[in-house]
Design a protein around this ligand. Structure first.
Ligand SMILES: [Zn+2]
Ligand SMILES: [Zn+2]
Length: 174
């Protein structure tokens, strides 16, 4: 069996015995290896989950808000980028969950939320992270970070097509 993430697991024996109980969840901890191409959640970043768990006919229903911070690399200027993120989830945990289904499994008296949290955070990670919304990026000619300074490449750059045309049309000028 996959080792239980202790930060994000809780006992459900009482909950299953008495469906009238609503268990309040206020959990925090770390979950490693949450990443997409250009952004990730650092392995030591604290992930916070607050919500409720209740017993339903099929198993345990968890409704929660998950919050944490992401890190990444700005796709325009390649500088470090970061931001906060918040995801609301409603997920079902079933004792004999279908591996192909939408619900998560649990082992009888403990529900481990880590896999579910990971799945939901991966979906929310920015695919095109920016250091700031109006990042000016790098100069395509000299690589100057245009957030920090300017360069005169724009004025110097001549489109090779126009250069060729001007040579054809105005040979007398050269
Ligand atoms: Zn940037
Ligand atoms: Zn430049």
């Amino acid at each position: 069996m996959v080792p239980v993430n202790r930060d994000f697991s809780f006992g459900v024996t009482k909950l299953l015995r008495d469906p009238a109980i609503v268990k309040h969840l206020d959990l925090e901890g770390q979950i490693p290896e949450i990443y997409v191409t250009s952004s990730w959640i650092a392995d030591d970043e604290v992930i916070h989950l607050e919500g409720v768990a209740e017993s339903v006919h099929e198993g345990i229903l968890v409704k929660a808000n998950i919050s944490t911070n992401w890190s990444g690399e700005c796709v325009r200027c390649l500088s470090p980028a970061s931001g906060d993120m918040k995801v609301s989830v409603i997920e079902l945990f079933e004792e004999r969950a279908d591996p192909e289904g939408d619900s998560y499994p649990f082992d009888g008296d403990v529900v481990d939320l880590a896999e579910m949290i990971k799945d939901n955070l991966v979906l929310e990670l920015p695919l095109v992270p920016l250091c700031k919304n109006d990042c000016r990026g790098l100069c395509q000619y000299c690589g100057q970070n245009l957030n920090i300074g300017t360069c005169d490449c724009k004025e110097k750059a001549i489109d090779p097509v126009w250069q060729a045309l001007s040579e054809l049309e105005f040979p007398e000028n050269t």
